[in-house]
Design a protein around this ligand. Structure first.
Ligand SMILES: [Fe+2]
Ligand SMILES: [Fe+2]
Length: 203
C-alpha cells in the first residue's frame, strides 16, 4: 500500500468536513503538475494533498499540544491560529508517515508560501487556493486569473497567479488587522522582484 493511500484511509476515518476541499486540492494539484512540473511523481502530489489539511479541524488546544509535543513554536506567539495546522500536519507527515522532506515542506508552506518555493510547494499552495470547491471571492478571482493566463500561453501563469494570490492575502490580513507571517511577505517580494525585473527589462 502506498503511503498516500494510508494517509487517505486515516484521513477519511476522521470524517473530515473538508474532504471535498481536500479531494479538490488533489485533483487541481495533479492538473497543475501535468501543466507545469511534469517530473513531480504522482505519489508526492497525493501525499502532500491528502496530508496538507490533515489536522485542520483539530481544536486550537489540540494543535498547541501537538506543537509543543514536537517542540515547535507557534507562529505570532500563538495569535496566528490559522497557521497551526500547517505546522502540525507537516510535523506528523515526518514523524508518523515518514514522508520525504520536499513533501513535508509543501505541507508546511501551503498557507504562507515562502521565498524561492519549489515547484511542488507552488503547486500545493496554488491548488489549495483555487481548487474548484473554493467559493471565496479572492479564490474565484485567482482561479479565473490563472486560467486566463494559462489559456493565453503565459509561461509564468503559475507564478503570476501565486503573486496575485499573495497580494490578495496580504490585503485581507491587513484589512482584518491580523498577524502577517514573514514568509508570506518574503514570498510576495520574491515574486514582485521576479516580475518587476521581467516587466521592466525594456524600460
Ligand atoms: Fe490548510
Ligand atoms: Fe487546504
Amino acid at each position: 500500500m502506498e503511503k498516500s493511500e494510508i494517509i487517505k484511509r486515516d484521513l477519511y476515518a476522521q470524517e473530515p468536513r473538508r474532504i471535498k476541499h481536500i479531494e479538490g486540492v488533489y485533483e487541481c494539484a495533479m492538473m497543475l503538475r501535468d501543466r507545469h512540473a511534469g517530473s513531480i511523481p504522482d505519489e508526492y502530489i497525493a501525499e502532500a494533498a491528502y496530508m496538507h489539511d490533515f489536522t485542520k479541524e483539530y481544536s486550537d488546544e489540540k494543535q498547541l499540544e501537538l506543537l509543543s509535543g514536537y517542540g515547535i513554536e507557534p507562529d505570532g506567539e500563538g495569535t496566528a491560529t490559522k497557521l497551526f495546522h500547517a505546522k502540525t500536519a507537516a510535523a506528523m507527515a515526518k514523524a508518523v508517515y515518514a514522508l520525504p522532506d520536499e513533501v513535508c515542506d509543501a505541507i508546511l508552506y501551503h498557507t504562507t508560501g515562502r521565498a524561492n518555493m519549489t515547484d511542488l510547494e507552488k503547486i500545493i499552495y496554488l491548488a489549495d487556493y483555487i481548487e474548484k470547491n473554493r467559493t471565496f471571492i479572492d479564490c474565484v478571482d485567482v482561479r479565473d486569473t490563472y486560467l486566463m493566463l494559462y489559456e493565453k500561453g503565459d509561461p509564468d501563469a503559475l507564478d503570476r497567479a501565486i503573486f496575485y494570490s499573495l497580494d490578495l492575502t496580504l490585503e485581507d490580513l491587513l484589512k482584518k488587522s491580523f498577524y502577517i507571517h514573514p514568509d508570506t511577505v518574503s514570498a510576495r517580494n520574491w515574486l514582485f522582484l521576479k516580475f518587476y525585473r521581467k516587466d521592466h527589462i525594456n524600460d
